[in-house]
Design a protein around this ligand. Structure first.
Ligand code: HEC
Length: 118
């Protein structure tokens, strides 16, 4: 009895720590994402909750919720300099994200995943 209880509790412990580990492996590095957004002045035109010149990141996350191509699309958006429409109607090329080292996909992906998680 004691023995099987021990077995069960250690099995539970293992699965509990496994459950904790799995999301951690895919978790967004929020600090890094915020730092990169700050360095790039993204937050001059965007906020999490409120629209500024650019849409609130919460709204962006909402818009792309459940869309399989969201990540690829937003990576394209912040790396290609595609036209962005401002609230006053004028258009200019959207800011291209700068990383160090340049074009570091892991950092760019992390930033996009953070936006999509708002
Ligand atoms: C000079 C202002 C400005 C800066 C700086 C800026 N953005 Fe934007 N951003 C905009 C505007 C305006 C739009 C709306 C574009 C549109 O709807 O055509 C936009 C749209 C977006 C979107 C939504 C795209 C979509 O398909 O819905 C994302 C995501 C985004 N920006 C991320 C970023 C990131 C990340 C940075 C920093 C690297 C950044 N922006 C810097 C103005 C800016």
């Amino acid at each position: 009895m004691t023995h099987s209880l021990k077995m069960i509790s250690s099995a539970l412990l293992i699965s509990a720590s496994w459950m904790l580990m799995v999301p951690a492996a895919h978790a967004v590095d929020e600090e890094a994402a915020r730092a990169l957004a700050k360095q790039n002045n993204c937050l001059k035109c965007h906020a999490i909750e409120k629209d500024k010149d650019g849409p609130a990141y919460k709204k962006v996350a909402e818009k792309y919720k459940g869309k399989a191509t969201a990540e690829a699309h937003l990576i394209e958006h912040i790396t290609s300099g595609e036209k962005a429409k401002f609230p006053d109607g004028h258009e200019e090329e959207h800011k291209i994200v700068k990383t160090s080292p340049p074009k570091d996909m892991a950092q760019i992906k992390n930033l996009v995943q953070w936006i999509l998680a708002q």
